[in-house]
Ligand binder design. Structure first.
Ligand code: G4P
Length: 537
């Protein structure tokens, strides 16, 4: 057994399920566009012998892979829209990397994906430091207590001062840092990294791609490799780093107060092995998940899962979809029956897709921490819970109030019924939110980012032959409304019928013309709660 796997399997008395669960590391990469997420993903997959996928690694320009190009819009814009899962094995561990769309208009998707991971890798461009989107995603991780491992990328180029970068992480994110490696030389003179914990230097040229012990190289030797290197300055710096760094504390990391920091170059495949080793050693095993009844432990033998993402079939002629479900406990076997708690009905999991190893359908079972794709014809929705018979719902899969609200105008009025069906499906997939006004006015769609509207338009046309336009509506804002007192809610709804709509689950939403109206209404609506995030159940 490898070192990493050995650290996780300390108890010989573990059940086979517990042993499988303890091998899982389910994580996402958070970063600002261009920091190197795609490049790092590719390099991580190389370690696992690369693998497959619900739509391969997506990249920009020419590197884009045709398999993920299922939507024309992605191709045209050079952005990745779909979230996919990539599973690979390394040194006895199973890594599930959940990919997230890079474009900020799809942040809702990204946030939901973060509900399905146990840890995250934060990629930072060494020349830029913490950027807006990294910060936003970090806040989501913090809300969910997701531990973060930091990878400072592009060390092969000119970077900002390294101490300053760490200081920025500490100050802007209120997160302690422990450098696990330290760059030797900078920019063009970047030679490799020093292993702060064990000593020794790993050189960029040769050996960078593999994990394993760093070479023990005398600092004076390094100076021989690069004449620009001031050996005594390097020695002083490494001594300072070793002495002054905060010691790594697993508990502080797991609680989200401290991040181990690795330096490298994804492009040169350098430092990626160290990062992966760190993930294996420190990132938590699948954690217990909150439900409305109890905390569900990953090692609970009864299978349970929640749906965090729906993806339409890549073939527009077939309207089936794949629901991505994160297993929270137990084992899922091909052919088993699961209870869909929302409807109370049982559904056979006859052809779940496992995104394992080289082939996407080799495995017949998956364990807590894994993500499976469940083909269905619209039975499953985002936020759905599947169990082996128990009645509980996982909580915490969010829906966000839209930032843009539009009315859909159909150019062919005869197709109104078809449009209704299509919008229902799109909202269940999480492409857009649909609000049906109680006064019978045409449906409104809400999105978090404008690009979602382009996706909706393209898909309605391609998959349903429905050409549509979007019109500005009199409403700009939508808030979910609720009250502890049912009567108060009914009274509020009755008094504001023309501003009330139902969302896809039939939950009431208040539509407002603008912030001013919203504020005005809120002040007068005693006992009514207005929220811009809804827990999908
Ligand atoms: P993203 O997914 O986070 O948006 O970033 P991506 O990996 O696509 O990387 C953005 C750009 O940065 C790419 O260059 C990529 O080659 C480059 N890059 C990534 N990691 C490193 C690194 O460690 N060192 C250096 N020097 N560059 C790195 P591009 O020119 O925009 O794209 P391409 O033409 O190379 O595809």
């Amino acid at each position: 057994m490898s070192d990493i796997a050995a650290t996780t399997a300390e108890s010989p008395a573990r059940s086979p399920l517990a042993a499988e669960v303890s091998r899982r590391r389910t994580f996402a990469i958070i970063s600002h566009p261009d920091a190197g997420k795609t490049t790092l993903t590719e390099k991580l997959l190389l370690f696992g012998g690369a693998i497959n996928l619900a739509g391969q690694v997506k990249a920009k320009g020419e590197r884009r892979n045709t398999r993920s190009d299922w939507m024309k819009i992605e191709r045209e814009r050079g952005i990745s829209v779909v979230t996919s899962v990539m599973t690979f094995e390394f040194e006895g561990l199973v890594f599930n990397l959940l990919d997230t769309p890079g474009h900020e208009d799809f942040s809702e998707d990204t946030y939901r994906t973060l509900t399905a991971v146990d840890s995250a890798v934060m990629v930072i461009d060494a020349a830029k430091g913490i950027e807006a989107r990294t910060r936003k995603l970090f806040e989501v991780c913090r809300l969910r207590d997701i531990p973060i491992i930091t990878f400072i990328n592009k060390m092969d180029r000119e970077s900002r001062d390294v101490f300053e970068l760490l200081d920025e992480i500490e100050k802007t994110l209120a997160l302690d840092t422990t450098p696990m490696t330290w760059p030797v030389g900078r920019g063009r003179d970047f030679l490799g990294t020093y292993d702060v914990i064990n000593g020794g230097v790993r050189l960029l040229e040769g050996g960078g791609a593999k994990t394993g012990a760093a070479q023990q190289i005398e600092i004076a030797e390094l100076a021989k490799l690069n004449a620009n290197l001031d050996a005594s300055a390097v020695k002083d710096e490494l001594e300072l780093v070793t002495e002054a760094s905060k010691p790594f504390e697993l508990e502080a990391f797991r609680e989200g107060h401290l991040t181990p920091v690795y330096f490298g170059s994804a492009l040169r495949n350098f430092g990626v092995g160290d990062l992966l080793e760190g993930l294996g050693k420190f990132a938590p095993e699948p954690r217990a998940q909150d439900s409305d009844q109890r905390k569900v432990e990953a090692t609970d033998p009864r299978m349970s899962a929640f749906v965090f993402k729906i993806q339409a079939n890549m073939d527009p002629n077939h309207r089936d979809r794949i629901a991505f479900a994160r297993l929270c406990s137990g084992k899922l076997s091909r052919g088993m029956k699961a209870k869909l708690v929302r409807t109370g009905k049982s559904m056979p999991l006859s052809s779940p897709q496992f995104f394992f190893a080289q082939d996407r359908s080799v495995a017949d079972e998956a364990f807590a921490g894994d993500v499976v794709g469940i083909p269905n014809h619209g039975t499953l929705r985002i936020g759905d819970t599947l169990t082996e018979g128990e009645d509980f719902n996982f909580v915490g899969v969010p829906s966000f109030a839209p930032e843009i609200v539009r009315r859909v105008r159909l150019t062919d009025a005869m197709k109104a019924k078809k449009l209704k069906e299509a919008l229902q499906q799109m909202s269940e997939e999480g492409v857009v939110q649909v609000f049906r006004p109680r006064d019978g006015a045409p449906a409104l769609v809400g999105v978090v980012g404008a690009l979602q509207l382009d996706v909706l338009k393209a898909r309605l046309e391609a998959e349903y032959s429905l050409p549509v336009e979007f019109e500005v509506s009199e409403f700009q804002l939508a808030r979910w409304i609720s009250s502890e007192d049912r009567k108060k809610l009914d009274t509020f709804v009755a008094a504001n019928t023309s501003s009330i709509a139902d969302d896809v689950d039939g939950d009431p939403v208040y539509l407002a013309r603008n912030e001013f109206y919203l504020g005005y209404t809120k002040e007068r609506a005693e006992g009514i709660e207005f929220t811009n995030v809804k827990d999908v159940k």
